[in-house]
Design a protein around this ligand. Structure first.
Ligand code: GLU
Length: 442
């Protein structure tokens, strides 16, 4: 059974790209009745904020992406220390003394010669005396993981197929700063081993990290998990967009987007399966399949989200929304307004037509006479609207717009809106008569 994790760094709010990664990991686990963990990658004490940890939890809860357990890297430093010591003893971690300026100069020289800016392993070539001299000068080392250049790196990626790396083309990654703090690479690997993660699904910006981490797993004597890297999310114009990087649950909520619409869109965006307004997660899980994921960037378009949201809202059963409806609005009320709304917040505006007050337009004398007649003709049975319009048609010979529009305007103050056959019983007999009488000039 698969074990997956979503591992955000709490240095900001979740954006639509993170949400997609979280969702897919959740789906991967849930589809196979596996386990899904939330891991807060908060080793960077300076940039991590508790408010973001809380926001991440709240956003995932709102989306219904619930984790079986939460881990926090800041509470697991002993594990990283132990792995570090073992790898160091095993010769896979070495101290390095270059300043960031020195490294930058080395990079620039390589680049100016048209060479890839790979770290030259200068620190590995230091003699004992040179190292001792550095220490005596008070230079504290940072630490690098020594890649094994003899072992080509390859894996079967769940999205990208066979991926190969020549380790000599990668820099030995810095895994620990001089102040003892951790960079992302090693703690993540240690955690994936310790948490029993079997599948790592993340964005393709992590592909080269995976190459390094596969060597770390092996160096720790662990079997690497299965990896899959999904294509990045881009704006509809096809470019990485700044806007997407800040588009998150708050703005979705403000726009009246339902979590189920976001889930339906992100579950299939970038796959060969059609994006459809499927609010039933079991149905989405059923069809979730990594092999349908494409390698081309997935295009996120707000118009798609709005369209799916409207369809999701139009299919929402009363029981699912009743606690979010205005006071007094029952099942019949929901049924009457549901086809007219794009978001749930539109309900209030339509429900006001029932509860009033409404503002009627100016009517012509002829319409006023007609509406006075309507007030007198109003009867209350199973279908008051059908009865009223049939009676008025016979009495006046009006039909079509001339028959219906003044009535709608008098009863709701609007030229369009929910089906009058459903609305009129909700307005009620006394109020309906009063509105018609008012419009008729009495
Ligand atoms: N904290 C890392 C990130 O947010 C996690 C990457 C991973 O899934 O390993 O990019």
């Amino acid at each position: 059974m698969p074990t997956t994790r979503f591992a955000p760094s709490p240095t900001g709010r979740l954006h639509v790209g993170n949400i997609r990664t979280a969702l897919h990991n959740w789906m991967l686990a849930r589809k196979a009745r596996g386990t899904f963990f939330l891991r807060i990658d908060d080793t960077d004490a300076e940039r991590s904020r508790e408010e973001y940890v809380e926001a991440i939890r709240a956003d995932l809860a709102w989306l219904g992406i619930e984790a079986d357990q939460e881990y926090r890297q800041s509470l697991r430093k002993d594990l990283y220390e132990a792995a570090f010591q073992a790898l160091r003893v095993g010769g896979r971690i070495y101290p390095a003394y270059e300043t960031s300026q020195e490294l930058e100069i080395k990079r620039k020289i390589l680049l100016s010669r048209g060479l890839p800016p790979i770290y030259d392993r200068g620190a590995l070539n230091l003699t004992e005396e040179q190292r001792a001299a550095k220490e005596a000068e008070g230079v504290a080392p940072h630490w690098r993981f020594k890649l094994d250049h003899d072992e080509p790196i390859a894996w079967e990626d769940g999205v990208r197929g066979t991926v190969k790396f020549d380790p000599a083309q990668l820099s030995d990654p810095v895994i620990r700063r001089a102040d003892g703090s951790w960079l992302y690479m090693l703690p993540s690997t240690v955690d994936d081993v310790d948490m029993g993660v079997t599948q790592v699904l993340r964005g393709e910006d992590h592909v080269s990290n995976t190459a390094v981490q596969i060597q770390m797993f092996t160096a720790m004597g662990a079997e690497p998990p299965a990896f899959a890297h999904e294509a990045l999310l881009v704006g509809k114009e096809g470019k990485l967009s700044k806007r997407l990087g800040s588009l998150g649950c708050d703005s979705f909520r403000q726009r009246g987007i339902e979590p189920e619409a976001i889930i339906a869109l992100l579950a299939r965006l970038g796959t060969s399966q059609p994006v459809e307004p499927i609010a039933d997660r079991a149905a989405l899980l059923e069809t979730f399949d990594l092999s349908t994921f494409g390698r081309a960037p997935a295009k996120f378009d707000d118009a798609d989200l709005d369209r799916i949201n409207t369809a999701v809202v139009h299919a929402m059963p009363y029981d699912a929304v009743k606690h979010r409806l205005p006071k007094g609005m029952d099942k019949a009320g929901w049924h009457a307004v549901q086809p007219n709304i794009a978001t749930l917040s539109d309900v209030d505006e339509w429900w006001r037509l029932v509860t009033g007050p409404i503002t009627q337009p100016e009517f012509s004398d002829e319409d006023r006479t007609y509406l006075a007649l309507a007030a007198a003709a109003l009867t209350w049975g199973d279908d008051p609207w059908g009865a009223l319009t049939t009676a008025l048609k016979e009495a006046t010979g009006r039909k079509g717009k001339a028959l219906f529009l003044p009535l709608r305007q008098a009863l709701t103050g609007m030229d369009h809106g929910p089906d009058m056959g459903e609305l009129l019983p909700l307005i009620g007999e006394d109020e309906a008569r009063a509105r018609l009488e008012q419009a008729g000039g009495r």
